[in-house]
Write a protein that binds this ligand. Structure first.
Ligand code: 1GP
Length: 249
């Protein structure tokens, strides 16, 4: 089964999915494998690999090690063309729609496309929108950050993304953000589009994750949480349980 089909099957089954983001710059490959194994036990639905600052060859080395030990789909979450690596199952082929620099909208994608084909990685077209505070992703991607109180701008961009043919839209508050994307913004975006809405950045508390799901998020991404907890499995289990039951209730 293709990864996109798998994601859609989870959304059909549970109404919501949880992805765990691993940044290869933040731990050595051995530790990343241990985290990935615990995330699998906690029933996360997929793994993402990437980070804003870039990790060079560590991306490929870490991805290879994870694939040896973990069955979950591994999706590249690239910050640049150099992050295209052969060991992932799929890649979010993403465009930072609210960048002020065309390089992050179409340039890096052109430079990476032939390699995606050569490595036979499944590309999953995704529109990426960075919301205040935006963190390193906002700075590196030269984003004109969407103000937190301007839900209509996020909704307009998301609808444009759908009309362009993107199959997912990702609302990003920035890794490690002190506040997640506002629920009112998630709600406004969900009302305007029919493609799945991914939300990430600053989500560490199960209650916050559940509220974002109730507002309409289809996929919740957590990354920093796994770096800040002593027990990855139990912390992720709580987030996964919260979002799956938020959808049922
Ligand atoms: C970052 O949205 C992801 O790109 C995850 O953010 O690290 O804050 O969980 P956190």
């Amino acid at each position: 089964m293709k990864v996109e089909e798998y994601i859609n099957s989870i959304l059909k089954r549970d109404g919501v999915a949880h992805f765990t983001l691993l940044d290869p710059a933040k731990q050595d490959p051995h530790e990343a494998v241990e985290i990935a194994k615990q995330a699998e036990k906690a029933k996360t639905d997929a793994l993402m690999i990437g980070g804003s600052i870039g990790a060079g060859q560590l991306v490929d080395i870490t991805a290879k090690e994870i694939k040896k030990e973990v069955k979950l789909p591994l999706i590249a979450f690239p910050s640049n063309a150099s992050d295209v690596c052969s060991s992932v199952d799929a890649i979010f082929f993403m465009s930072l729609l609210n960048s002020t620099n065309p390089y992050y909208i179409t340039g890096a994608q052109a430079l990476g496309a032939l390699l995606v084909k050569k490595y036979k990685i499944e590309p999953i077209p995704m529109a990426y929108l960075i919301i205040e505070p935006g963190g390193a992703a906002g700075w590196v991607g030269e984003a004109k950050l969407i103000p937190r109180d301007k839900s209509e701008i996020a909704a307009a961009y998301s609808l444009a993304a759908q009309y362009f043919g993107f199959r997912f839209v990702y609302l990003e508050a920035g890794s490690g953000a002190d506040q997640a994307v506002p629920v009112s913004m998630v709600h406004a975006v969900k009302k305007s589009v029919s493609i799945p809405v991914i939300v990430g950045g600053g989500i560490r508390a199960p209650q916050v994750a559940a509220e974002i799901v109730k507002a309409g998020a289809d996929i919740i991404v957590t990354g920093t949480l796994i770096e800040r907890t002593l027990n990855v499995e139990s912390s992720l289990e709580k987030i996964v349980a919260a979002i799956k039951s938020a959808k049922v209730s």
